[in-house]
Design a protein around this ligand. Sequence first.
Ligand SMILES: [Fe+2]
Length: 351
Amino acid sequence: MAQAPATADLPFHAEGDLPLTITPGDDPDVDALCAWLTAHPDWVQDELTRHGALRFRGFAVTGPEAFERIARAVDPELKNDYLGTSPRDAVTDYVFNASELPPYFPIPQHCEMTFCANPPRRIFFCCLEEPRKGGGETPLCDFRNVWRDLDPEVRNRFEAGGLRIVRNYEGPKDGEPEDPTQLKPWPDMFHTTDRDEVEAQCRAEGFEAEWLPGDRLRLWSTQPVRRDHPVTGEPVWHNHTTTFHISTAEAELRRVAAFRPDERHRGLAGMAAELAKKQRQRASNEHGMHCMHLDGSEIREEDVEHLRDVVWRHMVIEPWRLGDVVAVDNHSTSHGRLPYEGPRRVVVCWA
Ligand SMILES: [Fe+2]
């Protein structure tokens, strides 16, 4: 097999660690980029694995079709099944709006769909409209580093205790929830109102379905705490604790307010803290989303806080530029979203 070209021999400029940013020499043509990527799959695989993400910047990406072409040149096997928790609208058969969650709501770092039987191997983002008023970044974090830098005692408690997830979905008549900590109605997640079909999808993913009065649906599932990288064998923090735990909204907004200490973010953090007090009065199986250990005991709050400290320490936060395409190795590297105001359009696809 031919050697992958050294970065110095590339027809493009490539620099940075996470992500490795690739910019055109003289020619920003997307077809030329795609032809080169398709002809050098070893380089793509090696650099994506090493860096965790590649960012294509300065190419003539004018819409979702050009984005989809670049994504296919990195990985030809795009998929369009989605059992995640963010509301998403389709743009093409394979490209979706990244999240319809309200702009003020931070999305914590997560590798995509780690709680499903087969999480995507790669996820792609593209900026079709830059946030003009600041914020709205899609930070990245190498979860191999998170695994490595967690306090070994905390890591052991997670591994020994395991992870059990509960999610509560409203029924079909209730419409979109206004509270962003509540999930979309179950027919929107499963794209059907047929309970048998829902149960079949749940079995395929390893979710245990429990139907509740009022046509509500509760899902129980378990997931590993760690997965080893399929190419390198490195251990990776590969689970959804930072998303599902009941403390998430409050803790993330507190951190966002410390990172961007202005009145708006402090106000949001204060509101989230108040909301959290009310939410904590519910039983742990009644939350929109929550996770606990396998035996039903609560995860220590200080362990989740320590985890967030490590994640935030390794987060890379850079503003979007129009036409940026980011390819992420979902086996190793997480993504999220910081709050923003005003227009912003980021679309997503995955393989
Ligand atoms: Fe995501």
